[in-house]
Design a protein around this ligand. Structure first.
Ligand code: MN
Length: 357
């Protein structure tokens, strides 16, 4: 995937210039593949789909959106289904058939994506904190304050005078809404501006179907386990979900437990296909969850990242049952230390609830 342009982080340029750069990069190319991060969330999917539309409509390329991992949360499944978003599992992609590769909502060195090791991303568009090597792509738009990658894509569409259809508009709108938790968390002026621009274009009936989906029985079973196993410490709540049916449920549970009154930290972890997925939330915005999770898990392999009050990681699980249990124990004690609750025994959440009543 030869790139003719010199690497330059375009983040400080206007959306109009960014789009011009993208078009310049697309010149002479035929097919583009756009990758979300693994186990993609709505922001990642919406951004990828918007970028595909931009390449198709403004550069005449054939564009394919692909993802690694699985889409498991009911909201995210409904999102893809009701908005008819054209996604392809990465296992079906032959990278040699594409002359342009893009990554959205993540950066190459972060590692939570399925771009093969030998393939360099030509385009990287992401709102997560900048990783130095993340800006080495011929087109890198990274490192500025945005609550969602979808906001960046809305700016591109507007600069390109491309009117999104109601489905794409709804996708981008929900992408911003979900990542910023209804414009409440890590939200910046461009997010609000894009949100308001999209609002008249969305389909509210479809949005309702996404936000209030039917939930499978296993969802409730997982929550039952999560609550039963949750342990509360002076400043943290930690739960082991065991085997999960979808990695993104780990983040959902960590998010839910972060509402527990008292502790600032919430940590959930669960295994899926021989990986341990971890998700961390902190109620104090001054704490940097992404930095903490990376520092805490150093040396265990896998990948970790995050921003502000939320972070996630995955680490490979190998060896015997006992090895896996030992790794989990190691992870928990490292976090207990990081949360300042080492040496505490913790109380089962259900027993805390008894004390309350
Ligand atoms: Mn995002």
């Amino acid at each position: 995937m030869g790139a003719a342009l010199t690497p330059l982080n375009v983040a400080s340029l206007s959306a109009k210039v960014k789009v011009e750069r993208l078009m310049k990069l697309a010149r002479g190319k035929k097919r583009v593949v756009i990758l979300t991060h693994d186990n993609p969330d709505p922001d990642s999917i919406a951004s990828a789909c918007a970028l595909a539309v931009l390449f198709e409509k403004r550069a005449g390329l054939e564009a394919k959106v692909a993802y690694g991992g699985i889409i498991g949360r009911a909201e995210n499944l409904a999102f893809v289904k009701v908005l008819k978003l054209p996604l392809t599992p990465v296992s079906q992609i032959i990278f040699d058939e594409y002359d342009l590769a893009c990554l959205v909502d993540t950066q190459q060195p972060v590692g939570n994506h399925s771009l093969p090791p030998g393939v360099k991303a030509d385009v990287v568009i992401d709102h997560h904190p900048l990783r130095e090597e993340g800006q080495l792509a011929p087109f890198a738009d990274v490192g500025r304050n945005y609550g969602a990658t979808s906001t960046l894509l809305v700016e591109y569409l507007r600069a390109a005078r491309l009117e999104p259809g109601s489905e794409l508009a709804t996708a981008l709108y929900y992408g911003i809404k979900a990542d910023t938790r209804d414009l409440d968390r890590q939200t910046y002026d461009p997010d609000i501006d894009s949100y308001l621009w999209l609002f008249p274009k969305i389909d509210r009936t479809l949005l309702g179907q996404i936000e209030h989906p039917e939930l499978p029985a296993r969802y409730f079973k997982l929550y039952y386990q999560a609550i039963k196993r949750a342990k509360v410490y002076s400043d943290a709540v930690i739960t082991d979900l065991g085997e999960v049916y979808s990695p993104d449920m780990v983040a959902e549970v960590a998010e839910r437990l972060s509402f527990l009154e008292g502790p600032r930290w919430s940590l959930a972890f669960g295994s899926f296909r021989s990986q341990l997925y971890l998700s961390l939330r902190v109620s104090d915005r001054r704490m940097r969850a992404g930095r903490l999770i990376r520092d805490t898990l150093v040396g265990l392999g896998g990948s970790a990242g995050g921003h502000g009050s939320m972070a996630g990681a995955r680490i490979p699980l190998s060896g015997t049952r006992r090895d896996r249990a030992a790794l989990k124990q190691e992870v928990v004690s490292r976090f207990q230390k990081a949360f300042g609750v080492e040496g505490e025994r913790g109380t089962a959440l259900l027993n805390v609830a008894q004390q309350d009543s």
